[in-house]
Write a protein that binds this ligand. Structure first.
Ligand code: PBG
Length: 331
């Protein structure tokens, strides 16, 4: 009963009195297994290349990628999401390097698989933007528009070479209509029915992907507004969700995470498949930049962003801080 006399009848502060008390009543927990590390691997380098807009993140060489995978596994991280960065000379209009069995991503999948086997879930970005000389996520038609159905054919091939290389999960991220269904079909056709699909269900055309473009040395001029979603839309994500599930998505993802927690919460409420969120390059860069200036407490801010994403309903979080946070949580 609430008493408005001399004493408050209800005192929520009682449950906040000590760290042990707060820990006990915490509604949201964050553990190493909730985290997935996105990692970039660059073709033709023997030393890792720093990414200026993402301090602390590098374009790995194959060698340092293997080490990063081992480190992530040792810290208890669940998975690693691989992005290939081909040499400029290997980019073309069709993104051929993306379907070359000896393309950088396929080589990286095999290298990580050889190193950690099944102890880390190996995931791969299934998209053409890293491999096309125009930087779009698909192939272009005669008028320079991204051709949805021609792109689907490329994605089907990509799925097969990535699966052949040994990946456990593919992540189609190009936002083409029908991509999940086509990828599922392509995998099943070659007997890779155990390879799972993490569908980028709600992927917004976001300024927060900015630093990623440097990370993958993107050739993109212009934007992706004809295929990625308008930040103004929420119901549209529910439509994308229904389609992805119908087409066979095993897990669904919302991306970016922080500015789209409402989308995440709604998606998480609606489904019974695992839900992931991708804390993207710009979300990372903002915290790192503010911390570098001494304007924010870096470690507390990182945990707060991740806790918020979990609270909103994400079971798994892709974050560039995965290994570091997992190591700290274990202590
Ligand atoms: C597309 C892809 C992008 C990101 C992940 N997959 C870039 C884009 O859509 O422009 C962004 C990830 C990040 O910003 O951290 N292959």
């Amino acid at each position: 009963m609430t008493a408005y006399g001399s004493f408050p009848g209800s005192r929520p502060r009682r449950l906040r009195t000590t760290p042990a008390m707060r820990r006990m009543v915490a509604e949201t927990r964050l553990g190493p297994a909730d985290l997935i590390l996105p990692a970039f691997v660059r073709e033709g380098v023997s030393e890792p290349v720093p990414i200026a807009a993402m301090p602390g993140v590098v374009q790995h060489s194959l060698d340092t990628l293997r080490k990063a995978a081992v480190e992530a596994r040792e810290a208890g991280v669940s998975g690693i999401m691989l992005f290939g960065v081909p040499e400029d000379a290997n980019k073309d209009a069709a993104g051929t390097a993306g379907t070359d069995p000896d393309g950088i991503l396929q080589v990286a999948i095999r290298a990580v698989k050889a190193e950690v086997g099944d102890e880390l879930v190996i995931m791969s970005d299934l998209c053409l933007d890293e491999y096309t000389d125009h930087g779009h996520c698909g192939v272009l038609d005669a008028d320079g528009r991204v051709d949805n159905d021609a792109t689907l054919e490329r994605y089907a091939e990509m799925a097969q070479v990535q699966a052949d290389a040994g990946v456990h999960v593919v992540g189609p991220s190009g936002m083409m209509d029908g991509q999940v269904g086509v990828v599922r079909d392509a995998l099943d056709t070659i007997g890779k029915e155990d390879v799972a699909i993490l569908a980028y269900t709600a992927k917004y055309s976001s300024a927060f992907f900015g630093p990623f473009r440097e990370a993958v040395a993107s050739s993109l001029k212009g934007d992706r507004k004809t295929y990625q979603q308008d930040p103004a839309n929420l119901r549209e994500s529910m439509r994308e969700l229904a389609l992805d599930l119908e087409e066979g998505a095993d897990m669904v993802m919302v991306k970016p995470a922080g500015p789209y927690l409402d989308v995440l919460a709604k998606v998480a409420d609606a489904v019974d498949v695992p839900v992931a969120a991708y804390q993207v390059s710009g979300e990372y860069a903002m915290v790192e930049a503010a911390a570098e200036k001494g304007w924010i407490d870096r470690d507390t801010a990182i945990l707060e962003t991740l806790t918020g994403i979990r609270r909103a309903g994400a079971q798994m979080i892709l974050t560039y801080w995965a290994t570091e946070v997992a190591q700290k949580l274990a202590r």
